[in-house]
Design a protein around this ligand. Sequence first.
Ligand SMILES: C[S@@+](CC[C@H](N)C(=O)[O-])C[C@H]1O[C@@H](n2cnc3c(N)ncnc32)[C@H](O)[C@@H]1O
Length: 219
Amino acid sequence: MSNTETPHRNFYGRRIGKPLKKGQAFHMENTLPRIAVDPANPGPGPQWLEIGFGGGEHTLHMAKTYPDVTITGAEAFINGVAKIVSRIGEQEIDNIRLHFGDARDLLEALPDAAFEKVFLLYPDPWPKLRHHRRRFVTPENIDQIARILKPGAEFRIATDIEDYVRQTMEVMIPRKDFIWTAMRPADWRTPWPDWTRTRYEAKAVREGRTPHYLTFNRR
Ligand SMILES: C[S@@+](CC[C@H](N)C(=O)[O-])C[C@H]1O[C@@H](n2cnc3c(N)ncnc32)[C@H](O)[C@@H]1O
């Protein structure tokens, strides 16, 4: 499942940034194939999935905090993948699997009711009205996430964009297969106990925006 291209689907984000460093190129060639997702052969332990991990800070943090879990990360931006794959190679981390490509392709290939957590952290905000349909939280993508989650599993979304919260609620609240766990505002204002601040969140906070932490449980 490494670097698959989908002719049938548009991807609007950035895929390539600056040239890779020598060590990064080495790990892209040597480490990535070794840890590429194989849906038929998942790693041991509970399965968690992070969609659009960016620089991979949260993925690495969770993999180290929970060594008995296998965490799969999907990211389409080569420089993000190169960054995490170098860390994984250098630090010999063995409980991360990677999909370099569109997370929607990965979701389609994953089995039913196999995952205990899914993380969607600071998805691209696409602030212009005409671009809202590019946002990751759509009924179709949530159908796939619902399908791969076990009953009682957790789906975490973080965003600094109020209109993204609105869109998320519009999609999630009518669904019968998820329940929003928040009882009071503090629940969506307070990060998860095992949270680590991602690069994107740090930038959002520096620029005066407020993080929202939304937790949904699969029924
Ligand atoms: C705003 S960034 C946030 C990155 C990271 N989660 C963080 O909090 O720092 C969103 C990331 O999602 C990735 N992304 C967006 N759509 C994706 C998709 N369909 N499949 C895989 N990655 C995607 C982008 O490439 C980008 O790195």
